[in-house]
Write a new protein. Structure first.
Length: 121
């Protein structure tokens, strides 16, 4: 039995696993995470770098001039604490992970902290 619910991103299935200590009982609900990627060149970025709602995801990319620009992306799935980006970002581009306002709030008023940036890919 397999049923995939696209709204919740869950797959209901029946599996058989060794249970020598009988910890698993019939009807027990178990949450299992199986990270599977269909591409070896996937670009993964931290969740905190992405803003917006499903279908309207965006992030800030730092250009060659050092200025951040908003970029629309398509994040297809979550893998741990990261999003897998299918469109809108190329390997090697610099992504703002922590916004300056957030940095200033953490460091205190008048902080000269710069945004935290990572290179994608």
């Amino acid at each position: 039995m397999r049923r995939f619910d696209q709204k919740s991103g869950t797959l209901q299935c029946a599996i058989s696993v060794p249970n020598p200590e009988r910890l698993l009982r019939p009807g027990l609900f178990v949450r299992v995470s199986v990270p599977i990627l269909d591409t070896k060149e996937a670009i993964c970025i931290p969740q905190q770098a992405v803003a917006g709602a499903a279908g309207h995801d965006r992030l800030y990319v730092v250009g060659a001039d050092g200025k951040a620009e908003v970029r629309q992306i398509i994040a297809t799935r979550r893998l741990g604490n990261e999003w897998v980006v299918a469109k809108g970002l190329s390997a090697g581009e610099r992504v703002v992970v922590e916004a300056p306002a957030r940095s200033a709030r953490r460091a205190g008023e008048g902080s000269a902290r710069r945004p935290r940036v990572m290179t994608s890919g």
